[in-house]
Design a protein around this ligand. Structure first.
Ligand code: PMV
Ligand code: MG
Length: 341
């Protein structure tokens, strides 16, 4: 383990199932966003961690700014030791903030930085870390910190693809962590399900960035009490329908299911659809496009599925007029209105 290793971790955005996924057993569909953070790691005589988020480096002396990374290092060190790896200090440099001009994109930077740190340490020791183990270790870091999220971001970014994710009971797991060691907890059946999807449906996936930063943790705390059986049942049905639509290339079903998921978010709490996110959604009018808020809402990003090239261009133009930037786009399959072959 003499040489420098480089790893990267991407971002994510919810297609459907946000908020509902906070309830164990519910399902969400989450898209991987290939905008990356990078890490460089190499052996050193003492620990040195430097992220471009902060103008200073730290060792393992607790530091509020670096707490997330430091706690990840401690957990991974404990895990590696349990696997018989002789751990030693390293120099870790993290770069590639998910932001522009100091404004974050909201594509999952905190989850991504945990996964990035785990991957870097695994690379340092040439320790194989399959996606599922990566996901579990990252969940343990966040659960130990008292994170109130569903871990859907971790599922998507660990598996690096469009996924369907069924959530597990994080509170029950936190309790298991109290009286069982790491290996025992990792060996349990947590009850989640992660499946990589490859839709048969043709569309362009578009991401519109409102340039208004939102904090998921705070939004969850404000919205949570409104989540009830009607919202959960309706959202789960919309998500299951969207899965069928992807598989059977059913454009109308994709359209209606995303529309229903969006309406349910709209009625859940008014903080979700900000003025800009409402504009992002309204820009679909008259086009073969379905748009919605993504994730916690309150700012950050919205998404759209466009079923024609011209429609994709038009909604992007409307977004630009409303001060919404196209952050990312990806073509999935062929268009009906494109010549084939
Ligand atoms: O805004 P985001 O991308 O962090 O998504 C939050 C999604 C929620 O369901 C509201 C919370 C969660 O952790 O699942
Ligand atoms: Mg967000």
């Amino acid at each position: 383990m003499k040489i420098k290793k480089e790893v990267r971790a991407g971002g994510k955005l919810y297609v459907a199932g946000e908020y509902s996924i906070l309830t164990p057993g519910q399902t969400a569909i989450i898209q991987f966003i290939p905008i990356y953070m990078q890490a460089e790691i190499q052996p050193a005589s003492t620990y040195r961690i430097q992220s471009d988020m902060f103008p200073f480096a730290v060792d393992l002396t607790p530091n509020t700014d670096y707490a997330l990374i430091q706690e990840t290092v401690h957990l991974m060190n404990a895990y590696l030791q349990s696997q018989g790896v002789a751990i030693s200090p390293f120099d870790l440099r993290i770069g590639g903030k998910f932001e522009r001009e100091g404004k974050k994109f909201g594509i999952g930077s905190s989850g991504s930085v945990v996964l990035l740190t785990l991957k870097a340490m695994a690379a340092l020791y040439d320790f194989p870390l399959p996606a599922d183990l990566l996901f579990r270790l990252a969940c343990l870091v966040l659960i130990q910190r008292g994170d109130n999220g569903s871990m859907g971001d971790l599922a998507c970014i660990a598996y690096e693809g469009l996924v369907s994710y069924r959530s597990f009971d994080r509170r029950a797991l936190a309790e298991q962590l109290q009286d069982q060691d790491l290996d025992q907890v990792l060996a349990l059946d947590w009850g989640y399900e992660i499946e990589l999807l490859s839709p048969q449906l043709s569309y362009t996936f578009l991401v519109g960035w409102t340039q208004e930063p939102a904090i998921s943790r705070d939004l969850i705390n404000r919205v949570r009490s409104a989540i009830g059986p009607v919202f959960l049942k309706g959202t789960e049905q919309a998500v299951q329908d969207l899965l069928v639509a992807f598989q059977e290339a059913d454009r109308d079903l994709a359209w209606s299911s995303i529309g229903r998921a969006s309406d349910l978010l709209l009625s859940l709490n008014e903080v979700i659809y900000t003025k800009k996110l409402a504009q992002l959604k309204r820009a679909e009018e008259g086009l073969k496009v379905i748009a919605k808020s993504s994730g916690a809402g309150g700012g950050d990003c919205g998404i759209a599925l466009a079923f024609e090239e011209a429609a994709a261009q038009e909604i992007v133009r409307r977004w630009r007029e409303a001060g919404i930037d196209l952050l990312y786009s990806e073509r999935m399959g062929e268009y009906d209105d494109q010549p084939k072959g």
